[in-house]
Design a protein around this ligand. Structure first.
Ligand SMILES: NC(=O)c1ccc[n+]([C@@H]2O[C@H](COP(=O)([O-])OP(=O)(O)OC[C@H]3O[C@@H](n4cnc5c(N)ncnc54)[C@H](O)[C@@H]3O)[C@@H](O)[C@H]2O)c1
Ligand SMILES: CC(C)=CCC[C@@H](C)[C@H]1CC[C@H]2C3=C(CC[C@]12C)[C@@]1(C)CC[C@H](O)[C@@H](C(=O)O)[C@@H]1CC3
Length: 346
């Protein structure tokens, strides 16, 4: 894989959200590539030689300032989980927290900030085929998570200032999967165990992107290493995908069958399921003060399961020299092998 060589001083970096799924894979690869890494996260989920952990809330500027001392490069991949559906939490962490990170980076003399955004910032629940980065932000974002990811990306890209020597770029991954993912495979298996994965929503031909975590990490590191004042990537977003769109339901079936569960077979009309999911979501909002109930089929999940949403990564190929390093087939194999505890009957 082609990477740019950097002087040792620029190899000190911080990963905000480094205890999470993507963050930890990023930390491991950065160590392999000779970076010295500090993790700033609200929790510490592992220990690794060569990594300094600082536990704190990214909304706390003083805590951030201590973590960013002598750091030239920051990766920001922290977010509350999309399933939390908590508007105030998303606003506090993704919007106000990101403003705090930008300010702390500038005050601490950080030179580069790489944000993990999401391709969903342009998704409104209708088909996107080979979407490029020039698609407009969703006018009606499908949930609070997406709404705040849009604001977060705008803040980071607008903060790019070549004169001040503070450079920013955003990576927009889509459907990250791989070992230790707490979201996609566990939710899928949970639904299968409850007998909820018998149905295909829609006709099942919709193509989508699922991106193996190591490819997402590769895109982040390339972005960091190409981020210079004379580079066209300053202040820009880039899609990072596996470049192999797959039918949503084929991907789900491969994971399910790989783990010993039956693949979904029966078809349900998309509009019917979306309407039911919307109704259920409204009900949970109304009943929230009395009962806490988390439906498996949220409007966002149903929209993702029943529409096309795949993106072009030509921009990343041209400006970052990006090319996926792990194929979809290999990524699925590695993912299935990594979840022995979620196998049918385990
Ligand atoms: N998983 C996906 O499919 C996917 C796709 C596109 C974009 N993303 C983005 O990638 C990033 C990483 O996602 P992930 O799947 O690794 O999630 P994750 O939940 O595994 O990791 C997020 C990390 O952020 C930390 N965090 C949350 N609130 C914090 C706070 N207030 N202060 C400090 N740390 C805090 C969490 O403790 C966690 O370790 C997120 O920005 C997410 O929006 C994820
Ligand atoms: C239909 C159903 C309940 C399937 C189970 C799997 C889903 C839990 C899973 C399928 C697509 C996933 C996905 C995300 C979360 C988990 C899924 C809905 C994201 C919404 C997570 C946040 C990211 O920013 C989104 C992105 O743009 O990449 C993800 C899109 C895919």
């Amino acid at each position: 894989m082609m990477m740019v060589c950097l002087p040792q001083s620029s190899k000190r970096c911080a990963v905000i959200g480094g205890s999470g799924f993507l963050g930890r894979h990023l930390v491991e690869k950065l160590l392999d590539r000779g970076y010295s890494v500090s993790v700033f996260d609200i929790r510490q989920s592992y220990e690794l030689p060569g990594v300094t952990f600082l536990q704190g809330d990214l909304c706390d500027k003083q805590a951030l300032l201590s973590a960013l001392k002598d750091i030239s490069l920051v990766f920001h991949c922290a977010s509350p989980p999309p399933a939390s559906d908590d508007r105030l939490l998303f606003e506090r962490v993704n919007i106000q927290g990101t403003q705090t990170i930008i300010q702390a980076c500038i005050d601490a003399g950080v030179q580069k900030l790489v944000l993990t955004s999401s391709a969903s910032v342009v998704f409104e629940g209708t088909d996107i085929k080979n979407g490029k980065e020039d698609l407009p932000y969703a006018k009606k974002p499908i949930d609070y998570y997406t709404q705040t990811k849009i604001e977060q990306e705008k803040l980071v890209l607008e903060a790019c200032d070549k004169q001040k020597g503070f450079l920013t770029v955003a990576i927009r991954p889509h459907g990250i999967f791989g070992p230790r993912d707490p979201q996609l495979v566990p939710t899928l298996v949970d639904a299968a165990r409850q007998g909820k994965m018998k149905f295909i929503i829609g006709d099942g031909t919709n193509l989508v992107d699922f991106t193996y975590v190591e490819n997402v990490v590769h895109g982040h590191i390339l972005a960091a290493e190409h981020l210079r004042a004379d580079s066209p990537i300053c202040g820009k977003p880039y899609h990072i995908t596996n470049d192999e769109p797959i039918r949503f339901w084929d991907f789900m079936s491969e994971i399910l069958v790989g783990l010993g569960y039956a693949a979904p077979r029966l078809h349900l009309p998309y509009r019917l399921v979306y309407g039911l999911a919307l109704l259920l979501w409204l009900l949970t909002c109304i009943l929230r003060p009395f009962v806490s109930f988390k439906p498996t089929f949220t409007p966002m999940r149903v929209a993702l399961a029943g529409t096309y949403h795949y993106y072009s990564c030509e921009g990343a190929k041209e400006h970052l020299g990006y090319k996926p390093v792990v194929s979809l087939k290999k990524g699925i194999e590695r993912t299935v092998e990594s979840y022995p505890h979620l196998r049918h009957g385990a």
